[in-house]
Design a protein around this ligand. Structure first.
Ligand SMILES: [Zn+2]
Length: 750
């Protein structure tokens, strides 16, 4: 048995504590238990939602099922004593990318107060994706909105209150886009509270505010709501290509608070986003936060001065917040003081090694975490392999960070002082914080609070008060852990565990802040380096092996696996097309026969299998006009498919279409040429599309696919073979009939 000295034992104990804290961080971000005595009545809200969703049939925009949902929603609004307004229009929303999304949308709105300007708007959407009933997405928002309205009805309000429940959010924010563009009510809106879901459980996070955020943050001050929010989350949300209805409202330059639940994201847009899986604690948390936000905006005029602030909740008990420039100043203060301490202590041992060790430790830990995650991903056949047992990959990340730290501190650093090692860790922490600040200012909330404390600790060390300095160094480390560990967990939820390796830096930073305390008094490094290396490598290897062998998918973390049955309208050639590039489950391959990765004529590279053709009501596409005037060519195409649920049109070739007209709606290109049109619902069975472009440019090839929700009898055996760990997602299982129209066939040009 190797005998460990005190210093080595302290180090091992420290590494175990950091590792365990990193593993158990999910408990920091569970759905908070909110007080039962809140005026927000969760039971009543859930009951209303149950009534509205009826038999929980998916209800995408402009479908029979959505008509029924809307009727029941209107009944609930009327029963609460309000007068619903329904806006019915065919509308197209154009995305910056050049995609056009159209549908007949029927937004539902009602006033809680008499109508008036500068109103607070409570926002949610009632349509679902075709794959699932949307009990959370966005039943949680609908249920919360109705209960908030019911509560506010009996109150004397100083600002008007409007509720808007949009339609057509899922196919591309079409209802919200129509409201902002065309509805006179939009002119009356002065602040917005949106409630959304990208999962079925967990806390309601404040994911977005308007910028600057000073006035918006008043929404976090309500009583007893257990806020979960941080400026880092908000900045990261803005960087990612996520959209909710809120996106449409931010252009109005009004105050905004956007909430979403994100836990259980594997059920997002699947049949499992149902009432049984919707965590009622999440509904309670969403409702109470939505209510608090509504109250906060109602209490403001919306013209109070505001600035940009950093903020974060502390264990969802309270929120710390500071102006963004103070955050920068705190980081600078900590970094400069720590730098001064390094300068004074430079005589204590090998200065270059001590000064670079923290950076090397962090980099080595990150490289190990990212490289091993990548390697496991290469070896495993599944695209998402960590969701069922996230502890395994999280263990790899934590062990990598600690192993990286230990290798650098154990073998590279020479005998030195605790103070010098600590000070150089703080300097690098400040440099990291200030660098990130340029890209993601909100991240400063992780750095600034501990760097004030580290700065004071450095001053005390310079004043030769080592005991007090040491205590502050430990407090600063704990403050960092309290803020950073829950944020790392939220990051893991947001990016999924397979993308979470960079969050290993949290464990790495804890190591460089704390490891110097395990040194012997004479500054000697840990005596039993060999044995500790074996332990650290062993833990890293064990979690790597675990992440290689744990099952990837399960009922609670299923794989998205929609099946499309797609056929050529002309030849009748049909394929089964499976979602993703990963091979479909074996049971399904056994039924489908010859499944292989191949190039589909309109869907691109997919897992395909030949399929029997199915009876279809037909798709007809034809050019009805083609002419040039003023050097602009216009081509009009009629396309119809009786009974289709959706019409999908892709313009192939060099993108150049600057204007189009679809069913009477004229759309001009914004940043990118128009290249894609998708029309969802019953109003898309007969369409007229006119493209406008430079007469000298070649006409595009037009690919048209009529889509039908669900599959026919030909696919029954295939669907029956889909295992419990695979589930339809987003647009779900569907049939499609396509045709390709070459407007300027090459033969003619020759
Ligand atoms: Zn949604």
């Amino acid at each position: 048995m190797p005998k460990f000295g005190t210093a080595s034992l302290r180090l091992l104990a420290l590494m175990a504590v950091i590792f365990i804290a990193n593993q158990i961080r999910p408990i920091f971000v569970g759905a908070p238990e909110v007080s039962a005595d809140s005026v927000f009545n969760t039971e009543r809200a859930f009951q209303r939602l149950t009534t509205i969703l009826g038999d929980e049939t998916p209800h995408p925009v402009d479908s029979d099922a959505n008509d029924l949902v809307r009727e029941r929603l209107l009944d609930q609004i009327t029963a609460l004593g309000f007068e619903p307004i329904v806006r019915d229009e065919f509308h197209c929303a154009t995305h910056r990318s050049g995609a056009v999304r159209c549908a007949r949308v029927q937004n539902v709105a009602f006033w809680v107060t008499p109508p008036g300007p500068n109103a607070v708007l409570v926002l949610s959407h009632y349509d679902s994706v075709p794959a699932g009933p949307g009990a959370a997405d966005d039943g949680i928002g609908v249920a919360s909105s109705l209960e908030i309205a019911a509560i506010m009805k009996s109150r004397e309000l100083s600002r008007p209150l409007l509720i808007l429940i949009t339609d057509g959010e899922e196919p591309g924010l079409i209802g919200a886009n129509a409201f902002v563009a065309n509805d006179p009510l939009a002119q009356l809106v002065g602040a917005v509270v949106n409630m959304e879901a990208r999962g079925v459980k967990g806390p309601a996070l404040l994911i977005q505010t308007s910028r600057p955020n000073g006035r918006d943050l008043k929404v976090l001050e309500g009583r007893g709501i257990r806020p979960v929010a941080s400026s880092l989350n908000a900045d990261i949300y803005d960087l990612l290509p996520n959209d909710t209805d809120m996106t449409e409202f931010l252009g109005l330059d009004i105050d905004a608070a956007n909430y979403a639940i994100t836990g259980g994201a594997h059920f997002y847009h699947t049949p499992r986003d149902n009432l049984a899986n919707l965590d009622q604690r999440s509904l309670a948390h969403m409702g109470m936060n939505g209510l608090a936000a509504t109250e906060a905006f109602l209490a403001q005029t919306g013209s109070e001065p505001e600035g940009e602030r950093l903020y974060a909740d502390i264990f969802s008990r309270f929120v710390i917040s500071t102006p963004v420039m103070f955050g920068a100043a705190f980081m600078l203060f900590g970094g400069v003081m720590a730098g001064a301490l390094v300068y004074v202590k430079r005589g204590d041992g090998a200065i270059i090694r001590a000064a670079t060790a923290p950076l090397l430790a962090l980099v080595l830990g990150l490289v190990l975490a990212i490289a091993m995650t990548w390697l496991v991903g290469v070896i495993r056949p599944e695209r998402f392999f960590g969701g069922t047992h996230p502890w395994a990959l999280r263990g790899v990340h934590g062990a990598a960070a600690l192993l990286g730290g230990f290798l650098v501190y154990g073998y590279f650093v020479r005998a030195t002082s605790r103070t010098l090692l600590l000070a150089s860790a703080w300097v690098w922490f400040a440099i990291l914080g200030l660098t990130l600040f340029v890209l993601v200012p909100g991240a400063a909330i992780i750095f600034a609070p501990s760097l004030i404390i580290f700065g004071i600790a450095a001053i005390l060390a310079l004043l030769k008060r080592p005991a007090a300095s040491g205590i502050l160094a430990i407090i600063g480390t704990l403050v960092f852990a309290i803020i950073a560990l829950p944020l790392a967990q939220l990051g893991e939820i947001g990016l999924f565990i397979e993308g979470a390796a960079p969050f290993a830096i949290t464990a790495g930073l804890l190591f460089v802040f704390a490891a110097p305390f395990t040194l012997n008094e004479d500054g000697q490094m840990w005596p039993q380096r060999r044995q500790i290396t074996l332990v650290a490598v062993g833990v890293f290897a064990a979690f790597t092996i675990a992440s290689l062998v744990v099952p990837a998918y399960s009922h609670t973390a299923p794989r998205g696996m929609s099946v499309r049955h797609v056929q050529d309208a002309g030849s009748g050639d049909a394929h089964w097309v499976f979602s993703g590039r990963e091979a479909p489950p074996k049971a399904m391959r056994d039924i489908a026969g010859d499944v292989a990765l191949g190039e589909h004529p309109v869907l691109g590279e997919r897992q395909l299998a030949p399929a029997p053709s199915f009876a279809s009501a037909g798709l007809s596409v034809g050019v009805v006009a083609d002419g040039v005037s003023d050097e602009e060519r216009s081509i009009t195409v009629d396309m119809s498919a009786p009974d289709a649920d959706r019409m999908w049109v892709s313009l192939e070739g060099e993108p150049f279409v600057t204007k189009l007209r679809f069913n009477g709606v004229v759309i001009e290109a914004e940043d990118a040429p128009l290249h894609f049109i998708i029309c969802t619902g019953r109003s898309c069975v007969d369409n007229t599309l006119t493209l406008y472009f430079d007469a000298d440019a070649p006409a595009p090839e037009i690919q048209v696919m009529a889509q039908y929700y669900g599959l026919g009898p030909e696919s029954e055996a295939l669907l029956a073979a889909r295992p419990d760990w695979a589930v339809a997602q987003h647009s779900g299982d569907q049939r499609g009939v396509y045709t390709i129209l070459a407007l300027d066939p090459e033969e003619e040009e020759e």
